[in-house]
Design a binder for this molecule. Structure first.
Ligand code: ATP
Ligand code: MG
Length: 878
């Protein structure tokens, strides 16, 4: 027995079904077969009853060897027809194709092909039915119209053709039931669908790829949930997205659905990479044998490869252009530089660029008296050019990576524009303004943490936060605690440096707070910030997140979020972008725009966007500090951005003061050594000074210093000292004096500090030398000698010496100083001496010194001993 089969693509949609029904009218003998096992996307009741009437055959009941003719509708891709692909290469098989998809590399060919890129395949088939005068029923018309509606987005997709409108009109005339259609299309979501939709919304992340915004949402569900396409539609409309990919894992497969309404992204190209297909605007694929994660990664990779970079040299270049001819003199060139605010000129012959000449070259030439020399003899004739279509990324690379400060843009040998670093920075800044980048959630995560706050905060802090919320309530401002304070709360680390952000006027909030509480405030009008100081030393920073005034008041919740989000977006790392709402109604609501909670859980330091280190290179140091303090990991991509920033020389652009304060913060950490090692990994030391190293030897020295500091802290002395300075002495230990001075200057230390550094280092070396020579002489220094040597030195210098020395006796001596010697005083006071008959004057001081020395060397014990000692040594004077 032989048979004809009408089939379509797996995961048949309404157009596929409608086309099969239409085809059956052309081939009444043929059997209808879906290539997949079950077509669940079509499980609507109305459709079911229709399918029932149509006597659709199951593919497993078909003997493929008996198929003589295969009629394919709404597809011609071999990978989309399921088991039928096994027979397509049989020579005796006849294939007829009715399809509206664009061509692809895996297209089948038929002896009959009716292919045209109309909105729906059923439109094509309807034309044929009409020509042949074949009638259709009202029910059939209904399904066909559903097919057209679905594939054309209710006749709104750009792929919709005039033919589709005509076909739709014809179907209405034939009695298509619009009630049924609107029921099927706008069907209420089932509760499973609602859950799935919610998961999709929560997981949705934005990516900016070559300037195009893409949203990817994913979810997985144990049970089969139908009509994912409807969810995709809803999600896309809810958030008004241009490009959306949805990945749903269900029953061992991953369904990928893509929608795009912009030219730059062709979702069918992307789907075909996963073995699926569709249209540039709507496509899907079913993926087996990959995890959600793998599909997600692969999807991004494909998108990075397929999306065409939007910006090219043409969009960023400047024109009109000032140029100069090669035969002009340097004097004339100088005139140009005087009149125009530029540093470099293209040299142009006719319309062709033949060189570049810089202001500096011209000035140097004139200095040497070369007024009449010609530009062509002094211009640079080796230079890079770009073309209008050169991608921006390349332009940026050329200008930042090379020594050329101006790039001519040429088209067919003609100079059409120029690009300098200025244009590049402008574009970078524009991109920074657009606030969304890599993988940021579409909506913030929220979570109540009021219980945790109650548990972790002392009552005083808790009350303070409540109070801020109340003041905010009264002024109508949303108020949040943000930053390191929130991060440390979640990590159960004690930190009461409270940072407050107000969506409104931060200064007004601080002033209102001051009226109601015993505290003082300091305001900084220009930045809208205030500091609140409490009598017990507690300090709270208040900042203003401005409301975006241009948004309509009706969308108020959106406005609120936008400004907090914008404020948080300027911060360094995701873990520092968490906010806690303090207003009474939402007290304790944790808001997470950028995945900070997850990164804390995963122990990851991650920047918010690719230009973060360009915006502020000190974040390189901050990343390292946080990574080592919390034992986190800097995310791979963030590390790449850091290395990039280092290579681009961004550290050189940083002011010394900023580098210095970051260095101090690192050296003030409990144990700075891991962070210093990491700085070495990132090649940062040579950027501070070319001779600065953190080698094995220095590492050992730092370990010693670290131990010394730990020991010292356990003594619980009242002594205050700058921990960073001890390590800093360690850092410059291998540098010459000249290099040390250069380093201090690079770090913009003030004169006082610089002197302290240089003197301290000198004192340490001299004093160690003294210990060394006692040692050489084979004798232990007297206790008074130790005192005399060490007492004038700062604590930092002494501790540094202790870490630096390799001699146990020296270390013992310094330790002795701290534990026994340093507070040694005679029992007699100056007043005692006067009472005993000594004349007031310098002698008193000298006598007390003598006594201290005697006491140090254990020559006196009692008050009487002291008096006797003074008598005997003639300390009484005459
Ligand atoms: P620490 O525990 O070291 O004080 P912190 O996170 O509180 O850590 P601060 O230096 O006190 O850090 O800064 C407060 C907040 O300001 C940070 O949480 C961060 O959000 C933001 N911030 C500080 N420096 C930068 C920077 N260079 N770039 C962006 N945001 C920054
Ligand atoms: Mg802080």
């Amino acid at each position: 027995m032989v048979m004809d089969v009408i089939t379509t693509h797996i995961n048949a949609d309404f157009d596929a079904l409608a086309s099969m029904i239409a085809a059956k009218k052309l081939y009444p003998q043929a059997v209808l077969v879906f290539p997949g096992s079950q077509e669940r996307s079509l499980r609507d009741f109305f459709i079911h009853s229709t399918l029932y009437a149509l006597e659709v055959e199951k593919v497993k009941h078909i003997n493929l060897q008996e198929v003589r003719r295969l009629i394919l509708v709404d597809t011609r891709q071999v990978s989309r027809i399921g088991r039928f692909s096994e027979i397509v290469s049989k020579p005796e098989l006849e294939i007829h194709i009715y399809d509206h998809h664009p061509p692809s590399s895996e297209d089948l060919h038929g002896s009959l092909e009716v292919i045209s890129e109309v909105g729906a395949t059923v439109t094509l088939l309807l034309e044929i039915l009409q020509q042949k005068g074949i009638e259709i029923t009202a029910d059939e018309a209904t399904i066909m119209l559903l097919g057209i509606y679905e594939d054309t987005g209710n006749l709104t997709f750009p792929s919709t053709r005039e033919e589709d409108f005509r076909a739709a009109g014809y179907l209405v005339r034939k009695g298509a039931n619009l009630n049924i259609i609107s029921n099927v299309i706008t069907k209420e979501l089932t509760s499973e669908q609602v859950f799935l939709l919610n998961d999709l919304i929560q997981s949705a992340k934005r990516y900016r790829i070559h300037g195009v915004e893409i949203v990817v949402a994913q979810a997985s569900t144990e049970r089969y949930v139908g009509d994912i396409a409807i969810l995709v539609h809803k999600l896309k409309d809810m958030e008004n997205l241009n490009v959306l990919f949805v990945l749903v894992q269900m029953e061992g497969r991953i369904y990928l659905i893509g929608r795009s309404r912009i030219e730059e992204v062709n979702v069918s190209e992307v789907a075909s990479e996963f073995g699926g297909g569709g249209h540039p605007t709507a496509a899907s694929a079913t993926i087996k044998g990959m995890t959600l994660h793998e599909v997600h990664d692969r999807l991004l990779k494909i998108l990075r490869e397929t999306i065409k970079p939007k910006k090219s040299a043409r969009e960023v270049m400047a024109y009109p252009i000032k140029t100069i001819e090669p035969e002009r003199t340097l004097m004339e060139a100088k005139e140009m530089f005087i009149h125009y605010p530029i540093d470099i000129l293209p040299v142009v012959e006719g319309e062709k660029v033949v060189g570049l000449i810089s202001k500096e070259t011209v000035e140097r030439g004139l200095y040497h008296g070369l007024n009449e020399a010609l530009v062509k003899d002094y211009m640079t004739s080796e230079f890079s050019v770009v073309y209008p279509e050169t991608p921006f990324s390349r332009v940026r690379e050329l200008l930042i990576g090379q020594n050329q400060t101006l790039l001519p843009v040429v088209e067919k040998d003609r100079l059409v524009g120029i690009i300098t670093i200025q244009e590049v920075m402008q574009v970078i800044q524009q991109e920074m303004m657009k606030s969304d980048q890599e993988g940021l959630p579409l909506v913030p995560r929220k979570k109540m943490i009021s219980k945790l706050m109650k548990e972790r905060f002392p009552e005083r802090i808790h009350q303070l936060l409540v109070q801020f919320g109340k003041v905010g309530d009264d002024l109508g401002y949303p108020v949040y605690a943000i930053g390191g304070f929130v991060r440390d709360l979640l990590m159960r680390v004690e930190n009461f440096d409270i940072d407050i952000v107000v969506e409104g006027d931060g200064i007004r909030l601080a002033e209102e707070f001051e009226k109601r509480n015993p505290c003082r405030i300091r305001t900084h009008r220009k930045f809208g910030t205030a500091i609140i100081l409490f009598p017990d030393g507690l300090k709270v920073d208040v900042a203003t997140a401005r409301l975006e005034v241009y948004e309509s008041p009706a969308a108020l919740p959106k406005v609120e979020r936008t400004s907090l989000k914008a404020d948080l977006y300027r911060r360094d790392f995701t873990i520092n972008t968490l906010a806690i709402r303090l207003n009474s109604a939402n007290f304790g609501e944790l808001i997470d725009f950028f995945g900070g909670i997850k990164d804390i859980k995963d122990k990851v330091i991650r920047v918010l966007h690719n230009l973060s280190f360009v915006e502020d290179p000190t974040r390189i140091f901050r990343a390292i500090r946080f990574e080592q303090r919390f034992k986190f990991q800097i995310a791979k991509h963030t590390q790449n951005l850091m290395r990039n920033a280092v290579e681009m020389g961004l550290i050189d652009r940083l002011s010394g003061g900023r580098i210095f304060s970051e260095l101090v913060l690192i050296l003030e950490e409990d144990n700075p050594i891991p962070a210093l090692k990491r700085m070495k990994d990132f090649n940062l030391f040579p950027l501070l000074h070319p001779h600065l190293r953190f080698d094995e030897e220095r590492m050992r020295l730092f370990e010693q210093i670290h131990q010394v500091i730990n020991w010292f802290d356990l003594l619980f002395l009242e002594e205050r000292y700058d921990r960073w300075l001890i390590y800093f002495y360690g850092l410059i230990d291998g540098l010459s004096e000249t290099h040390t001075i250069e380093l201090c200057d690079r770090l913009m230390m003030n004169e006082r500090l610089k002197k302290k550094v240089l003197e301290g280092r000198e004192q340490a070396l001299q004093s160690l030398l003294q210990f060394f020579s006692w040692n050489q002489q084979g004798r232990e220094p007297k206790r008074s000698e130790i005192f005399a040597l060490l007492d004038p030195l700062s604590t930092e210098v002494k501790l540094f010496m202790m870490g630096k020395t390799t001699q146990p006796t020296t270390r013992r001596s310094i330790s002795l100083f701290f534990t026994q010697l340093k507070d040694t005083k005679p029992l007699l006071r100056g007043s005692d001496l006067i009472q005993l008959g000594m004349k007031p004057g310098p002698l008193i001081k000298k006598s007390l010194e003598t006594l201290r020395k005697a006491r140090l060397d254990e020559e006196v014990k009692t008050r009487e001993d002291e008096i006797k000692y003074l008598m005997e040594t003639g300390g009484w004077g005459s």
